[in-house]
Design a protein around this ligand. Structure first.
Ligand code: NAG
Ligand code: NAG
Ligand code: NAG
Ligand code: NAG
Length: 407
């Protein structure tokens, strides 16, 4: 800065020597103006960056002051952490009857999505996301989103309309310490206990992260030493966990010492060649278990007490016809048993009505891209109380909202 100013003054005084010539006077004036402009252009971003650095530093810090270590193996009861309260359990995955069967079938969404978080490039600043892989909407406030920002190893709480989010879990670098995450793959937001349940994939554990307030952050390992793939909770607050190595889904009731296998590998294909060999799961209001069988590009459903699964979507190989899927990454099932799927490698969100032989495209499906009507590797679907659809558009590092047209 000083050097530049110095140089400007120097050149200005040199100009003085050519006072007599009008031409040189104009040239001299022009040079000073250009130098000033260049200096402004160069210095402004540096100044802004400095300002932003200060903001980031103050917003990011959620220091764990009290940290309880409760290491638990799979064989020890997770009861204390699964439920201590007897109040109504409220999770962002709870099934609420929001529409009649006919209304649910008639429901449509806008073709153009609105970006409600991210889309500022791939990165780890607070206004950026890096492969967001789960999106959850707060059950009490439709404006608040919880985003599993997978490749930033963090969970971000983001209010719609705001320019940036707030880190509420992880974001402390890759690692296996209690305040760190390593490629988290699934998320449950439990409002009754004000905590997050996170499937911490690379750390092979399920961790509970209390988010009461910034001065009191606590983590608790609920399950460890197993290949955590996906998490779900039923209406009674029982937790379900899928294990992609054993290819099984276990249920943990309150007070359980050992989990109970509710669905085993029968039917689930070998996924060891997949990029992430995950088994995303969902539990509907009747305790039916759904699992994504990526290897076979289909969705399996085990009704309560059933030993064998039935295919409820896909199952016709990989493809982009309406009866096919391509590596679906998450599913949501509504009160009436209709299935909503992030059909990741078809760049679309599809709905399979209960019992249907094929699905219909409800968002995207216009090839890979970043236009408002396009998606790029959609990896999660969620709905708010109005029925608006939210998609974690992983490859575009953004969250898209598709407004419901007819409620
Ligand atoms: C959707 O977005 C595209 C691209 O921005 C625009 O051309 C089109 O008019 C939009 N359609 C509607 C219905 O808003
Ligand atoms: C944070 O939470 C703890 C435990 O619930 C409570 O004791 C403390 O007062 C809270 N602090 C603030 C600033 O709300
Ligand atoms: C839990 O599993 C372990 C190991 O399989 C077994 O030894 C133990 O008896 C089981 N506990 C209960 C209460 O079933
Ligand atoms: C649960 O069962 C009831 C009664 O059979 C049915 O009306 C409802 O659609 C079922 N829910 C789901 C999600 O399948």
């Amino acid at each position: 800065m000083i050097n530049r100013e110095h140089r400007m003054i120097l050149s200005h005084s040199r100009c003085q020597q050519y006072r007599n010539g009008k031409f040189f006077r104009n040239l001299c004036f022009a040079t000073v103006v250009i130098l000033l402009m260049v200096a402004t252009i160069i210095c402004t971003p540096i100044f802004i960056k400095k300002l932003k650095g200060v903001e980031v530093a103050t917003l990011v810090t959620i220091t764990p002051t009290t940290t309880t270590v409760m290491k638990r193996e799979l064989t020890t009861p997770p009861s204390a952490s699964i439920s201590s309260s007897t109040t109504t359990r409220r999770t962002t995955q709870s099934i609420t009857k929001t529409a009649t069967k006919e209304d649910a079938i008639r429901r449509r969404w806008t073709q153009n999505g609105t970006t409600v978080a991210g889309e500022n490039g791939q990165g780890n600043r607070l206004n950026q996301l890096n492969n967001p892989s789960r999106i959850r909407i707060d059950v009490d406030d439709d404006q608040i989103m919880y985003i599993l920002d997978r490749n930033n190893h963090r969970v971000v709480r983001w209010k719609q309309g705001e320019q940036e989010g707030e880190v509420v879990a992880g974001g402390n670098g890759i690692g296996s310490q209690l305040h760190q995450l390593n490629l988290p793959t699934d998320l449950i937001v439990e409002k009754s206990s004000n905590s997050l349940l996170i499937c911490d994939y690379k750390n092979k554990r399920v961790i509970r992260w209390f988010i009461r307030n910034k001065t009191n952050v606590q983590q608790q390992i609920i399950l460890s030493n197993f290949d955590c793939s996906s998490l779900a909770m039923d209406v009674d607050g029982n937790m379900y966990v899928s294990d992609h190595r054993k290819r099984e889904i276990k249920r943990w009731r309150k007070g359980d010492t050992n989990g109970t296998v509710v669905a085993n590998g029968n039917g689930l294909g070998d996924q060891s060649n997949e990029r992430f060999p995950l088994i995303p799961i969902f539990i509907d209001g009747n305790h039916s278990v759904y699992a994504v069988d990526n290897y076979n590009h289909r969705i399996l459903k085990w009704t309560k007490y059933a030993k064998e699964a039935i295919v409820v979507a896909g199952g016709h190989g990989r493809g982009d016809s309406l009866s096919q899927l391509a590596v679906p990454s998450e599913l949501y099932v509504d009160y009436h048993g209709n299935i909503y799927l992030a059909d990741e490698w078809n760049y679309r969100i599809v709905r399979w009505l209960n019992g249907a032989k094929e699905g219909s495209v409800i968002a995207g499906g216009n090839r890979q891209g970043r236009a408002p009507n396009q998606l790029n590797l959609p990896s999660s679907v969620a709905f708010d109380r109005q029925g608006n659809l939210y998609v974690a558009d992983s490859g575009n590092h953004r969250i898209q909202r598709f407004d419901v047209i007819n409620h």
